[in-house]
Design a protein. Structure first.
Length: 199
């Protein structure tokens, strides 16, 4: 199911990209993301914009410079802090986004028209449930994978399909034992006999 949904999302993204190329060919994908974020958060400052987009502050600043030069963004001093710059869409950028959405929805309507009534209704219902489940999942946070089954000694239990781990020779040095030579205390010390002749 997840693979089928991933494939459907890829198709949907290709439809959106076609609409972007037809309507907003003056803007790159990164610039369009900036415009959409500013539309959602009117008056956003540059630092928050960079954080939202997950990019460096310098990269976000260069994108905004190009959008200001293209007549898509306006910079204004912040209300609470005059040194802080707030970003706003221009009327031209608002018209561009409206045209983009209209083109995108028209293309999606063509695709949906080729579906059966039952399929369209199932899609509508499924997307609603998916959106609600995604919202709940985002609120709950990431889930941790449950621990696998354990053996009697607490070690992870290997599934029957999982091959056993290969035997690896130990690299530890063998334990060296000291050899004790028994001493016969009954023997007495005998100095060596000299064989030298007197001069």
């Amino acid at each position: 199911m997840a693979a089928a949904l991933d494939d459907a999302v890829a198709t949907l993204l290709s439809v959106w990209e076609e609409a972007r190329e037809r309507t907003t060919n003056r803007l790159s994908t990164a610039q369009l993301r900036v415009v959409m974020v500013v539309e959602q958060h009117d008056g956003i400052n540059l630092r928050r914009l960079a954080t939202t987009l997950g990019m460096l502050l310098s990269s976000a600043s260069r994108l905004c410079d190009r959008l200001v030069a293209a007549g898509m963004l306006e910079r204004e001093p912040g209300r609470s802090d005059r040194r802080e710059i707030s970003l706003h869409l221009t009327p031209e950028a608002a018209r561009l986004l409206a045209a983009l959405r209209a083109d995108r929805q028209a293309r999606l309507a063509e695709v949906i028209a080729g579906m059966s009534p039952a399929g369209r209704e199932a899609l509508r219902s499924g997307l609603g449930e998916f959106r609600e489940a995604a919202r709940r999942s985002a609120q709950a946070g990431p889930r941790r994978s449950p621990p696998g089954p354990r053996g009697p000694g607490g070690e992870p239990r290997r599934s029957p399909e999982e091959p056993p781990e290969p035997h690896r020779p130990s690299t530890a040095l063998p334990e060296q034992r000291s050899t004790v030579v028994p001493v016969d205390r009954r023997r007495t010390y005998e100095p060596p006999t000299s064989t030298a002749r007197p001069a």
